[in-house]
Ligand binder design. Structure first.
Ligand SMILES: Nc1ncnc2c1ncn2[C@@H]1O[C@H](COP(=O)(O)OP(=O)(O)OP(=O)(O)O)[C@@H](O)[C@H]1O
Ligand SMILES: [Mg+2]
Length: 231
């Protein structure tokens, strides 16, 4: 569904990504893991088009989108939930959601009800300002907003960061539900091992800008974790 091949990124002359390749097959959930600052967000931004790699290619459903701007990639089917959520605090929940409908020319794509059913709390809070929601509610809003663009692939950057355990469970269940519906693949940056083991089909681990381990989620064992993930 989505593939990155041999992505190289530099900021101010220092290499941040070194030949990163990864693939998100259809109907699967892929976890991208790694310690702080190894290049996880930069990898996602390269996929979304917010970072321009020095070299390498991004393909979506077999189409090379490397030269496309972020808005074009959104229309082509890449939905993005950034790290830190980035909702608009002064807009209401409904206004935040409505903004993403712009991606498809302002027309509700018939998914508003379906998406709100996934996150019932948002339905109750449609007229509240985004900024007064809890972190967990804001995360649900950010995911709902991305789903409203009708993506083929949903890319999430640490959706569980700073969120209370019961909402983490809810987010995990929701991602599994979305995956099981079979229309949307998921690429997830995540630092919680347990969360990846629960929801993931396969994993990649980055270290200092390079993929150092990958495989089916069942191969994410203690040894791999000890070598690449513990501080
Ligand atoms: N726009 C930028 N300009 C310069 N350096 C940057 C920029 N964005 C990221 N970096 C650097 O690139 C490296 C990788 O950053 P990145 O945000 O991709 O890491 P990460 O794995 O997502 O980290 P975290 O776990 O903290 O979210 C870091 O050293 C960071 O300081
Ligand atoms: Mg990051």
């Amino acid at each position: 569904m989505l593939s990155l091949s041999n992505i190289n990124v530099s900021f101010d002359g220092s290499r941040i990504l070194r030949g990163v390749s990864l693939a998100v097959p259809e109907r699967s959930l892929v976890c991208l893991m790694g310690r702080n600052g190894v290049g996880k967000t930069t990898t996602l931004k390269s996929a979304v088009g917010l970072v321009k790699p020095d070299s390498g290619a991004v393909t979506l459903a077999g189409v090379d989108v490397s030269d496309q701007q972020p808005d074009q990639r959104a229309r082509a089917g890449i939905g993005y939930v950034p790290q830190g959520r980035e909702i608009f605090p002064h807009l209401t929940v409904w206004e935040n959601l409505k903004l993403s409908l712009v991606v498809h020319g302002g027309k509700p794509n018939g998914q508003v009800d379906r998406v709100l059913d996934l996150f019932p709390i948002l339905k109750d809070f449609l007229q509240r300002k985004g900024g007064v929601l809890s972190g967990g509610q804001q995360q649900q809003l950010a995911i709902a907003r991305a789903l409203l663009t009708d993506p083929k692939i949903l890319i999430l950057d640490e959706p569980t960061e700073g969120i209370q355990p019961n909402i983490i469970d809810l987010i995990g269940e929701t991602l599994l539900k979305i995956k099981q519906e079979g229309r949307i693949s998921i690429l997830l940056v995540e630092q919680y091992l347990e969360f990846c083991l629960n929801v993931g089909d396969s994993f990649y681990i980055l270290d200092r800008g390079a993929v150092v381990a990958e495989g089916p989620i069942s191969h994410l064992n203690d040894e791999v974790v000890k070598t690449h993930l513990t501080v």
